[in-house]
Design a protein around this ligand. Structure first.
Ligand code: UTP
Length: 279
């Protein structure tokens, strides 16, 4: 049974300052929908309808987004404008939401550990909503693809993509033995290696399925690269003690934590989703 998805949204989003000075990065819109809503829709499509947020100071707009706004809704009830609320109402009607706060920014691994009480003792998905993932044409979303693999192998799964050139230095990088086309058993993982030291060009993106033993591992994981508690370090330990799979997902990922990726995603969504007539 897997029905929970954790969203670590406590980061400062410094690459988007000044826009993110008082507004959460996750609320930046790609066309007319905030990044975090794309992530929650992807989780819901995968059957993960218990949505858990690890938030921080200044992130209240995320909670408000997934709650009713009586005044606004009353104002536009029965008018042609009501249709603009359809997508968020669908998400709200079909998911439950819980929130906890990461008091200090000690890294992604620490953010996930902070979500422990919300998740409990069960496997769960993790979505970093600044990585916007678009499914292949007529295909399932990335989290739905990963849930399928999890149900087959019952161990942690990380989504990967092949990255060319110096860009590899921005990612966690995996090495592994190929099990099937696009599926590898992880044998090594390095967080943001120098290009010359990267074991492969297989980079981890912001989609994970984690088994709950990751929490005990994270508790014992010392700060790593950048003085932060790195999820990559904990995953390597999990891979050494048991098994972690790397999955080369189908679809396209946009790094919306960077201005370039954000603009590319905006063009894509405008052309392929927003302007497409509804069936
Ligand atoms: P990033 O480092 O990409 O996000 O973290 P950031 O810190 O918000 O952005 P920049 O680099 O300052 O522009 C990856 C993800 O992990 C979360 C972030 O919210 C983001 O979704 N995160 C990171 C936390 O929740 N807590 C942390 O301590 C660190």
């Amino acid at each position: 049974m897997i029905n929970k998805c954790l969203f670590p949204v406590a980061g400062y989003g410094t690459r988007f300052l000044p826009a993110t000075k008082s507004m959460p990065k996750e609320m930046l819109p790609i066309v007319n929908k905030p990044l975090v809503q794309y992530g929650v829709e992807e989780a819901l499509e995968a059957g993960l309808d218990e949505v858990c947020f690890v938030t921080g100071r200044g992130k209240r707009a995320i909670e408000d987004h997934f709650d009713v706004n009586y005044e606004l809704e009353h104002q536009i009830a029965g008018t042609g404008k009501e249709k603009y609320l359809e997508s968020i109402r669908h998400v709200m009607d079909n998911c439950s939401f819980s929130f906890t706060r990461q008091r200090e920014m000690k890294g992604l691994g620490h953010a996930i550990l902070t979500g422990r009480r919300l998740v409990g003792d069960q496997p769960f998905g993790v979505i970093l909503s600044d990585d916007l993932c678009m499914p292949p044409e007529d295909g399932a979303g990335v989290m739905a693809q990963m849930v399928k693999i999890f149900k087959q192998f019952r161990c942690s799964v990380v989504a990967i993509q092949e990255v060319e050139g110096d860009d590899i230095e921005k990612f966690g990088v995996v090495d592994g033995e190929k099990l099937k086309e696009g599926i590898y058993r992880v044998t090594n993982m390095v967080e943001k290696p120098k290009k010359a030291e990267a074991p492969t060009n297989m980079a981890i993106i912001g989609r994970y399925i984690l088994t709950p033993d990751i929490f005990d591992i994270l508790e014992k994981t010392p700060p790593g690269k950048g003085g932060e508690i790195q999820l990559t370090d904990a995953l390597l330990k999990q891979a050494q003690d048991g098994a972690v799979l790397a999955y080369r997902f189908k679809g396209t990922r946009y790094d919306c934590g960077s201005v370039e990726g954000f603009i590319d995603a905006t063009h894509y969504v405008y052309e392929h989703i927003y302007r497409q007539p509804k069936a």
